[in-house]
Write a protein that binds this ligand. Structure first.
Ligand code: PLP
Length: 355
């Protein structure tokens, strides 16, 4: 297989794809595929419960949090968060650090007063001291890892009694995380979890059951919690695949072990970029993402050649997001260290030939 640096849908572990392939037509000698099975069957319920249990174990999710397997990607959460978490209040704090927090803010404005606790140039994150938090906010929302800009918070904001809500789509499971610091975490699956469309929500019990009047049942976390995320037919195949990814991650040694690998992968790529005049990364040193590494070429007229030649070399999807251009290497959990080594070799070679 080629090395896939796509930001999402992103690379999945080869072992997981091979297992899924083996089980595709005949799951565990049942004579049918798991995606043809009732979601109420004891077989599927066991798969679903195991996935939740493995995720809880990997992230050490405290017992007073629900883990929900929802649909509509992470973008649906941009509206579900205010619908569920305003809890009769009129205002929420948002931190603006990039394209994804911007989208979350635009959606929240449909439901409440949005107070910007901080906003940046999309190439850095504010420090704790720079946050202007409101005492009367229903919650504080931020994006700990901005996938497009490659901007990462190097700390978890301290918000006192106000619940902290995080869009962890592009960094969940990439390193250890203290879930108890959050009111809620959500993450679209298509980076470190599994197929697009599925969204994992981890929400503290006391925040449930206070959705805005008129909230559709499907968008109310309480409905999902009451029904084991099976109020309707859930995305069973995605849930199953997510479960395989969790098992794979446990076999790698969990988030502690993968976090070490991730930090090493990112450090060597940034060191190469910083040490080569031909390439540049614009993000403040303290806020460089370990998952998404955007970079530019000194001469952007060479971008097309870079993309064409990298693809020929088996290094796929290195184009930056369409809104910003340039390049971006997304190096999620399933991207092996050898892929980063191959990318660095290619980049060095390309710079020598064109520099
Ligand atoms: N939030 C972040 C940080 C993302 O990177 C993405 C998409 O990739 C989204 C939200 C939107 O996710 P989805 O396309 O699943 O709605």
């Amino acid at each position: 297989r080629a090395y896939n640096f796509c930001a999402g849908p992103a690379a999945l572990p080869t072992d997981v794809l091979q297992q899924a392939q083996q089980e595709m037509a005949d799951w565990h000698d049942k004579g049918l595929s798991i995606m043809e099975m009732s979601h109420r069957s004891k077989e599927f319920v066991a798969v679903a419960e195991q996935a939740e249990q493995d995720l809880r174990e990997l992230m050490q999710v405290p017992d007073n949090y629900k883990v929900l397997f929802m649909q509509g990607g992470a973008s649906s959460q941009f509206s579900m968060v205010p619908m569920n978490l305003l809890r009769g209040q009129a205002k929420a704090d948002y931190i603006l650090t990039g394209q994804w927090s911007k989208k979350a803010i635009a959606e929240a404005k449909r439901y409440c007063d949005v107070h910007l606790a901080a906003s940046t140039d999309f190439a850095s994150a504010p420090t704790q001291a720079e946050l202007e938090l409101s005492a009367d906010a229903a919650y504080v929302h931020y994006c700990p890892n901005e996938t497009i800009g490659g901007v990462r918070f190097d700390y978890i904001p301290e918000t006192g009694a106000v619940p902290l809500v995080a869009d962890y789509s592009s960094a969940i499971l990439s390193e250890p995380l203290d879930v108890s610091r959050f009111g809620m975490i959500y993450a679209g699956a298509q980076k470190n979890i599994g197929p697009a469309g599925l969204c994992v929500v981890i929400v503290r019990d006391d925040l449930l059951g206070q959705a805005l009047p008129g909230t559709p049942a499907m968008f109310d976390y309480q409905t999902a919690a009451n029904n084991g995320s099976m109020y309707n037919t859930p995305p069973t195949y995605s849930w199953y695949l997510a479960g395989l990814v969790f098992q794979w991650l446990k076999a790698q040694g969990g988030v502690e072990a993968i976090g070490e690998v991730n930090r090493r992968k990112a450090a060597k790529l940034y060191a190469f970029i910083d040490g080569n005049d031909f390439y540049a990364n614009p993000v403040a040193l303290a806020n460089r993402s370990i998952m998404n590494v955007p970079f530019t070429l000194a001469d952007d007229s060479l971008d097309a050649a870079f993309l064409q030649q990298s693809e020929q070399a088996g290094l796929l999807n290195l184009a930056g997001h369409r809104s910003v251009g340039g390049m971006r290497a997304s190096i999620y959990n399933a991207v092996p260290e050898a892929a980063v080594d191959a990318l660095i070799d290619f980049m060095g070679d390309f710079a020598r030939r064109h520099g």
